[in-house]
Write a protein that binds this ligand. Structure first.
Ligand SMILES: [Zn+2]
Length: 191
């Protein structure tokens, strides 16, 4: 039975590296994957999934109107897709998460979605909310706060300071993000 996996973690938890490693494992076995990522994550400005450690791969860019089930059917005409891998899945819509669950249930292709659980204010992202609700398997990819406790929250940093107000997704901003434990996220402490 294929499954829908949600692997979540805070910023810097090596989610993209993990996604690319899974992709490589399929490649080594002579199997194909379909790698996707939402358009909204334009850090790289290109249609690639890229890890900080330098590895990357071409990806299908998911737009607001993309139907991920139809896209998978289209790519899988020769029945050669063995896994769908989604990076930055927090940016998917409820409908798109449903479409991924249809890929699992009706095409019997496993889907592994990677993403952040919550935004800088501690609110669930739409994609993550529905992945948490509907995934067969939910796994945490861990990372640590500067205090060495587990980091589960994400702080937005502007000009070296933690900011608590603003849009969930800032386009073209010069903000950055840092993973913190819940206590230091509450206190806005980054060192
Ligand atoms: Zn901490």
């Amino acid at each position: 039975m294929a499954k829908l996996f949600f692997r979540y973690g805070a910023m810097g938890a090596s989610k993209s590296a993990n996604a690319l490693m899974v992709d490589y494992n399929y490649f080594e076995r002579g199997q194909n994957t379909l790698v996707m990522k939402p358009e909204i994550d334009n850090r790289d400005g290109e249609s690639i999934v890229k890890s900080r450690i330098g590895i990357w791969k071409e990806a299908f860019i998911v737009k607001k109107e993309s139907n991920l089930f139809e896209e998978t059917v289209k790519t899988n005409t020769a029945k050669t897709i063995h896994c769908v891998i989604v990076d930055e899945a927090q940016f998917l819509s409820r409908e798109q998460v449903k479409q991924l669950s249809d890929v699992v249930d009706y095409l019997e292709i496993p889907v592994i979605a990677y993403g952040l659980r919550t935004d800088f204010q501690g609110n669930l992202f739409e994609g993550s909310m529905w992945l948490l609700a509907w995934a067969d398997s939910i796994e945490e990819i861990k990372t640590v706060c500067f205090c060495s406790h587990k980091a589960i929250m994400n702080a937005r940093i502007c000009n070296g300071k933690v900011v608590k107000e603003g849009e969930q997704i800032m386009i073209g901003g010069n903000e950055s993000y840092i993973a913190l434990c819940r206590k230091h996220w509450k206190e806005g402490k980054i060192v």
